[in-house]
Design a protein. Structure first.
Length: 410
């Protein structure tokens, strides 16, 4: 059984108008839906009680009278001082969305009134040539933004590359720099483990240069947006992330980037786009301005024991990806993959169950989406193994480019 979490990813947005009297407000830009499997229960073993003196000795490491907590604070302060000048506040301006009504907006008494919203987010230095990285949703459809460093230096930057599907954008400072800028080092996110200490730096609620800490709660998460777009290989953390943190770096204990903070909510469940996605995409975004993702063209879910009732003679423990619908003329459709059907009596009958891709076993939808996104490119041909009518069948699928907006199913 899986549970569904509904965190809200927002930017701090300030309503601005040329007329006086406009109040400051926080305006939500988007929501994400994240499927998180319910973890199994396990017994927690506690150490035997200790005396007060033993507890004091066990929680303190003395090195010239310095406690372990002092050492940790010193380390975090050192990392903050090392990276703070490479983290920026990003300000972009966009029209305030108007409420949808069946009636036209009444004419304004002030023809010069121009109501806009200013979105505040974060970003960090990728290259000493003036390239910066942030989230796509921080800059949205803006062409230029303002970036402000901790020393107060402010520059105009152009948006030179963006990928809404991975929530990444690349900026380029177009003014002469007052002094050299230092890029943050990017680590291999494959090496991070659950429990690793992490640090988030950004500008929550416009409060510049804010540091929060936490741990890696899990890796390889699939973040699914209401539009159907999925961000793969995301890092889950309990480091507090608030509106305005979006686009800032998630760092390891060495001060290296392991992700871009992209979403957070009040229960200390936050997500970051992995640094491996940065390494794969950013050079292409700088060169081409966009990134093309692989596309299979199915709507599916992890096969559950309830869904197995739609099939004849399969065990409730059978594992794979249940194919619900097929996108018309998509790669899966052309390869002959079958979705579920509904008979005249409203009874649903299962179609294909995907069990492997290129001989690699697939048991969950997360695995399938991640494999397609991380291991294929448009134009590649892969072999998908499906379980159909009691038999395993291998089908050749020609991967195509993923559309920005999901097409209608077949």
């Amino acid at each position: 059984m899986s549970t569904t979490l509904f965190p809200i990813r927002t930017l701090l947005v300030i309503a601005i108008a040329t007329t006086a009297g406009i109040n400051l407000s926080i305006y939500p830009l988007s929501q994400i839906v994240t499927g998180i499997s319910q973890s199994s229960q396990f017994p927690l073993s506690l150490p035997p009680p200790q005396s007060q003196q033993q507890q004091q000795n066990s929680t303190t490491i003395t090195t010239n009278g310095t406690s372990i907590f002092d050492l940790e604070s010193h380390l975090l302060n050192s990392i903050f001082n090392q990276v703070q000048n490479s983290v920026v506040q990003i300000t972009s301006t966009m029209p305030i969305p108007q409420p949808t009504t069946p009636y036209p907006n009444p004419p304004s008494d002030n023809p010069n009134e121009d109501q806009n919203a200013t979105a505040l987010g974060s970003g960090f230095v990728y290259s000493d040539k003036g390239y910066l990285i942030t989230n796509y949703h921080v800059i949205s459809n803006a062409n230029t933004v303002d970036v402000t460093f901790t020393d107060g230096n402010r520059y105009t930057a152009s948006v030179i590359g963006k990928d809404p599907l991975s929530d990444i954008a690349v900026l380029k400072i177009i003014e002469n720099l007052n002094k050299p800028i230092v890029p943050l080092k990017i680590a291999n996110s494959t090496n991070i483990k659950v429990g690793d200490k992490v640090i988030a730096i950004g500008n929550p609620y416009g409060l510049d240069n804010t540091m929060t800490t936490g741990i890696v709660s899990q890796t390889g998460r699939l973040i699914q947006e209401p539009s159907g777009i999925s961000i793969t290989d995301a890092i889950q953390t309990d480091a507090p992330l608030n509106p305005g943190n979006s686009g800032g770096p998630l760092l390891n204990i060495k001060g290296q980037v392991i992700g871009i903070n992209t979403a957070g909510e009040s229960e200390r469940v936050g997500f970051a786009v992995s640094s491996n996605t940065i390494v794969k995409e950013v050079p292409i975004l700088i060169q081409d301005g966009n990134f093309t993702h692989s596309y299979l063209g199915i709507d599916g879910t992890t096969l559950t024991s309830d869904l197995t009732s739609q099939f004849n003679n399969i065990s409730k423990t059978f594992r794979g990806v249940y194919v619900n619908t097929i996108i018309k003329d998509g790669p899966a459709d052309k390869a002959g993959i079958r979705g579920a059907t509904t008979d005249y009596y409203g009874q649903k009958h299962g179609g294909d169950i995907i069990t492997a891709v290129d001989k690699q076993n697939i048991t969950k939808m997360d695995q399938l989406v991640t494999f397609i996104n991380q291991n294929t490119r448009p134009g590649d041909t892969i072999t998908i193994t499906v379980y159909r009518d009691g038999h395993y069948t291998d089908l050749k699928v020609d991967i195509s480019a993923r559309p920005l907006s999901p097409p209608s199913p077949k």
